[in-house]
Design a binder for this molecule. Structure first.
Ligand code: GTP
Ligand code: MG
Length: 444
């Protein structure tokens, strides 16, 4: 259909026709209800609050059951998100309830990054849903939706003001999840202090620009109760699974030496208000807000980050195919650039190694030449020494021969002239002044 045809069609006047009798499409809402009931619902609650603030007790009290709980230690190095899913049924309605605990929140010495694991967890659930939506064969109909529908933020009942950790965390979460702040263990704070504390909390949230969930007032059926309840925020709650006898009735309460705090007594705490608002009146709105507001924001940012746009720079509709092609081209260019960069890096590295090797070779050569020179010098010295020794040996041999000759002559003379014996003997032993005979050895 051409663009002009679409325009003409949409501008055409719509005509109202009256029906001749009952057709049956007025049962559409009923069909929707029965289909939804058959399909079941999912609801995911995130509990953020200090260790031991009463998160598990409140969950047990809210759903009037006992969920498995595990006491957290105060020595967690980082905040850890622990989801647990339960199948609940009330009348014929099935509810898949997931309670996610932020274990170790507020226990680290450095709390700067305490909010990050919580933000990451929420984003991961959005990402999983987006990936399912982007699949060619998607099965959103029976997809287990784990996106967080509400964050119950447990405020410590100090009576003073919010901690900076509370403000920073709520600020980081407010664009990602519906936050309902609650004052935990409100039985530990007096009535007048609680009133002032509530006012202080609300003014601090406003002055720090923290957006908490507002119960919707656009639906006439619930507008009145919701607007009244908005004025009661943050709810001051008390949790207990203990049953105490009050009058002739067993009620859930906390018993103290001085009296009993009844969980479901509206003059004692806001537990009933919280349960009404969270479960009975606004559960569907929380689910809807999660999808239409928080998830939509995540999806838009994510797709824009991936390069998808609805319109091109000339304000013309941008098709998915065009976006894909542009992104593909960008990606290929980037790949080519990276390849070239790596090739250049490799060449540089080879050159560097080559020059290093050359330098090493030159050093080795120099070392070799030096050793060669030393060796030659030593060889020359040894030669000189050998020559000197040879000369000495020759001189010695000459003297030896001379001595032997003289000995022979003397012997002969002795045999011929015995009378001249003493005189010749004296001559024979008259050696040069530089020579002497010691113990029969000739020493120079
Ligand atoms: P972790 O999961 O270990 O972080 O603790 P938690 O926040 O789940 O607290 P939990 O519900 O285990 O409660 C801790 C202690 O606080 C228990 O002794 C509860 O009985 C007590 N407690 C829970 N709710 C309240 C309350 O409303 N008022 C008072 N005074 N004590 C409470
Ligand atoms: Mg717990």
């Amino acid at each position: 259909m051409a663009a002009t045809d679409v325009e003409r069609f949409s501008n055409e006047e719509k005509r109202n026709l009256s029906l001749g009798g009952h057709v049956g499409f007025d049962s559409l809402p009923d069909q929707l209800v029965s289909k939804s009931v058959a399909q079941g619902f999912s609801f995911n609650i995130l509990c953020v609050g200090e260790t031991g603030i009463g998160k598990s007790t409140l969950m047990n009290t809210l759903f009037n059951t006992t969920f498995e709980t595990e006491e957290a230690s105060h020595y967690e190095n980082v905040v850890r998100l622990r989801p647990r899913t339960y199948d609940l049924q009330e009348s014929n309605v099935q509810l898949k309830l997931t309670i996610v605990d932020a274990v170790g929140f507020g226990d680290q010495i450095n709390k700067d990054e305490s909010y990050r694991p919580i933000v990451d967890y929420i984003d991961t659930q959005f990402e999983n849903y987006l990936q399912e939506e982007l699949k060619i064969r998607r099965s959103l109909f029976n997809y287990h939706d784990t996106r967080i529908h509400v964050c119950l933020y447990f405020i410590t009942p100090t009576g003073h003001s919010l901690k900076s950790l509370d403000l920073v965390t709520m600020k980081k979460l407010d664009s990602k999840v519906n936050i309902i702040p609650i004052i935990a263990k409100s039985d530990t704070i007096s009535k007048s202090e609680l009133h002032k504390f509530k006012i202080k909390i609300m003014s601090e949230l406003v002055s720090n620009g923290v957006q908490i969930y507002q119960f919707p007032t656009d639906d006439e059926a619930v507008a009145e109760i919701n607007s009244v309840m908005n004025a009661h925020l943050p709810f001051a709650v008390v949790g207990s699974t203990e049953e105490v006898k009050v009058g002739n009735k067993m009620v859930r309460a906390r018993q103290y030496p001085w009296g009993v705090v009844q969980v479901e007594n509206e003059s004692h705490c806001d537990f009933v208000k919280l349960r009404e608002m969270l479960i009975r009146v606004n559960m569907e709105d929380l689910r809807e807000q999660t999808h239409t507001r928080h998830y939509e924001l995540y999806r838009r940012c994510k797709l824009e980050e991936m390069g998808f746009k609805d319109t091109d720079p000339d304000n013309q509709p941008f098709s998915l195919q065009e976006t894909y092609e542009t992104k593909r081209k960008e990606f290929l260019c980037e790949l080519q650039r990276k390849e070239e960069e790596m090739r250049q890096m490799f060449v540089n590295k080879v050159k560097e190694t080559e020059s290093e090797l050359k330098e090493k070779e030159r050093e080795l050569h120099e070392k070799f030449e030096h050793l060669k020179r030393i060796h030659q010098e030593e060889k020359r010295k040894v030669e000189e020494k050998r020559r000197e020794l040879e000369e000495e040996m020759n001189a010695f041999n000459r003297r030896k021969v001379a001595v032997e000759t003289l000995q022979c002559q003397s012997l002969q003379a002795t045999s011929q002239q015995p009378l001249k014996k003493d005189k010749d003997k004296k001559n024979f032993f008259s050696l040069p002044s530089s020579c002497s005979i010691t113990s029969g050895r000739y020493v120079n």
